[in-house]
Design a protein around this ligand. Structure first.
Ligand code: ZN
Length: 268
């Protein structure tokens, strides 16, 4: 089996996870910038984090022959502090030129607040000005439908943004259709309980097909499973999916989206 892990917070994971992913056929891992589990006290904390994502983590992954890429932003949870967000946004352009940076993400909304929306629009503007791909986090549970709608409106409101260059992540049964119908890519996050379980994700694939869809583990410092993509591939096989169709979903689809950034490449 071969697969791409398009969304994993490896700074929170142990070295064994890298070994297990490579052993399972992982060809590349991509790490969106994220909340650390606590609020950072200043923009300097983000400067260090961006250095970790663009310098240290690619080296750690390279020890196992795994290409590591990242996305940069201030996450929605910390975007409530607009002054901090402005300072972090000002830091990002100097990092965008680095060889493993794929774009702006994971941006989006958490509580769907006015300040979060303002900072989301600033990120979208930065992506448009710097011709970057966009990776969007959508809120959890009861805020998800409204948050997804607000996010799509913000993206569609900027005429410079092309939907085929944006992935809307953490879609579920009630949000996947509006994302795909609007021409965006959709990501399904495989968590043991919340977001999409493997069984629910495969139900969605049964229903919507596999065009412009990818799977990810979004493994981080919380309850999450770094091997959830290959494990879901096994479950797809059990449910009668052909090897070609599984390869399309876990390898070819993420490769097609991510290759829109010329810096993206796979394990040689
Ligand atoms: Zn994430």
């Amino acid at each position: 089996m071969r697969y791409i892990e398009p969304h994993a917070h490896m700074v929170s994971r142990v070295t064994d996870d890298y070994q297990d992913m490579v052993t399972s056929g992982c060809q590349a891992v991509c790490e969106p910038a994220f909340w650390a589990g606590f609020d950072r006290s200043s923009a300097e904390g983000f400067r260090d984090y961006f250095a970790q994502l663009t310098e240290h983590e690619p080296k750690r992954a390279a020890k196992f022959g795994l290409p590591h890429f990242c996305w940069l932003c201030i996450n929605p949870k910390e975007s409530e502090d607009v002054k901090l967000a402005e300072e972090v946004l000002a830091l990002i352009p100097r990092f965008l030129e680095r060889p493993s940076v794929l774009g702006i993400g994971e941006i989006g909304l958490n509580k769907n607040s006015r300040n979060e929306l303002k900072v989301l629009e600033r990120h979208v503007d930065l992506a448009a000005r710097c011709d970057q791909l966009i990776l969007v986090h959508t809120p959890h549970l009861e805020d998800k439908f409204k948050g997804t709608r607000l996010t799509l409106d913000a993206l569609r409101g900027d005429r410079r943004i092309r939907p085929e260059r944006c992935i809307i992540d953490h879609v579920e049964e009630h949000t996947v259709r509006m994302v795909l119908d609007a021409g965006f890519w959709a990501g399904m996050t495989l968590y043991p309980e919340t977001k999409c379980t493997p069984a629910r994700a495969i139900d969605i694939l049964d229903r919507y097909g596999q065009e412009r869809l990818w799977l990810n583990s979004a493994c981080d410092w919380g309850v999450s499973v770094p091997l959830s993509v290959p494990r879901t591939a096994l479950e797809m096989r059990r449910r009668g999916y052909s090897a070609e169709r599984i390869d399309q979903i876990v390898y070819q689809n993420p490769r097609a989206f991510l290759s829109q950034c010329p810096k993206f490449h796979l394990a040689s």
